[in-house]
Write a protein that binds this ligand. Structure first.
Ligand SMILES: NC(=O)C1=CN([C@@H]2O[C@H](COP(=O)(O)OP(=O)(O)OC[C@H]3O[C@@H](n4cnc5c(N)ncnc54)[C@H](O)[C@@H]3O)[C@@H](O)[C@H]2O)[C@@H](O)CC1
Ligand SMILES: Nc1ncnc2c1ncn2[C@@H]1O[C@H](COP(=O)(O)OP(=O)(O)O)[C@@H](O)[C@H]1O
Length: 296
């Protein structure tokens, strides 16, 4: 397995060009934060804004929109149903990506929403939270397969519970069944079956691509901190990865860089505040320090 370190991933960091404008810096759109989980939408949107995207647009509930207008007024706000109508297309000069699922727990309405977003998105996707529940259904799986057939990539960001659900939805494969206690092999199984980069989160985070030859090609990040074991840190990670994807990084590079910056933000927050007291909001606040530390 390849161990991810700050030093090894520093070179992946997107350059901020002198002649940049907000669109060349990448548009990150997010479909996140239903009325029950507005906080997840706010956290993911704030993280995407912090991680360098020039233009951040949140398609979200009224509840999350009200909070975002106060804590992140630079984010453009739209309602869920506007996604298919207004979503951004991408070209080489104007990269773009969409994050979907943070704070969209598995209601029928949310599942329909996620599938319609996957069908409409002509951009790379980050699928988190409820979007992972949606692709574990037959119609959600088919929507993702069509997205991939249309030439667009996807990153899946399951925690252990979501990974178990993604694997349970697959046909049993006797050859790999024995291996699935090993998280690196779980990540690889998910990546290959869903044809997407898999970021399997936990105390150690495993990153696998569909074309990895075996577990030896899976990357592992093991330098994080249990301070990150707090509700909402996964939403922050999804926003970070989405912003990097929206700046034109490959899915694998965006995933690896996002995981290391997020982990380092947790470590720096724990050093400053003590691991016990670190909040998810602190992790967001320490992202700039983590970036400075990595690109110095
Ligand atoms: N402030 C907010 O609004 C927050 C909203 N959230 C949203 O809440 C929704 C539900 O997400 P949840 O993850 O709570 O619930 P889920 O029901 O999707 O997953 C939790 C289940 O998975 C199991 N599990 C196994 N391994 C796990 C692991 N390594 N980490 C976590 N759980 C593991 C748990 O025991 C539990 O049964 C998502 O849409 C998410 O985005 C959460 O991100 C928390 C913060
Ligand atoms: N003990 C731990 N050590 C290091 N990192 C952890 C630990 N526990 C959780 N994390 C990290 O915190 C994040 C939690 O994400 P997730 O489980 O999706 O939370 P949520 O759904 O509440 O946002 C992941 O990035 C995970 O790798």
């Amino acid at each position: 397995m390849r161990k991810l370190t700050k030093k090894a991933i520093a070179q992946l960091f997107p350059q901020l060009k002198q002649d940049a404008n907000k669109y060349t810096r990448g548009t990150c759109e997010l479909v996140v934060g239903d009325r029950n989980f507005p906080g997840a939408g706010v956290l993911a949107t704030m993280a995407a804004t912090r991680m360098g995207s020039g233009y951040v647009k949140a398609y979200t509930s009224d509840e999350a929109a009200a909070a975002l207008r106060i804590v992140q007024p630079s984010a453009v706000i739209a309602s869920f149903k506007q996604y298919g109508v207004e979503c951004h297309a991408q070209d080489d000069l104007h990269p773009s990506a969409t994050v979907v699922g943070c704070g969209l727990a598995g209601t029928e309405g949310n599942m329909t929403l996620v599938k319609s977003v996957i069908a409409a998105a002509a951009v790379p996707l980050v699928l988190d939270g409820g979007a992972l529940t949606a692709i574990a259904t037959e119609s959600g799986f088919a929507a993702l397969a069509d997205h991939r057939l249309n030439g667009f990539s996807a990153i899946l960001t399951p925690h252990g519970g979501e990974a178990a659900r993604l694997i349970a939805a697959l046909p049993v494969d006797a050859e790999v069944a024995d291996d699935l206690h090993d998280p690196a092999r779980q990540a690889l199984r998910i990546a290959r079956a869903y044809d997407a980069v898999c970021v399997l989160k936990g105390p150690q985070t495993y990153i696998a691509s569909p074309d990895d030859a075996g577990a030896k090609d899976v990357a592992v990040y093991a330098d994080g901190t249990p301070a990150l074991a707090k509700a909402g840190t996964g939403d922050v990670l999804a926003g970070c990865i989405g912003a990097l994807l929206a700046q034109g990084l490959s899915p694998r590079d965006a995933a690896e860089l996002g995981v290391v910056i997020h982990g380092e933000a947790g470590v720096l927050a724990a050093e400053k505040l003590g691991a016990f007291c670190v909040t998810t909001e602190d992790v967001l606040r320490f992202i700039p320090k983590a970036v400075k530390e990595i690109v110095k």
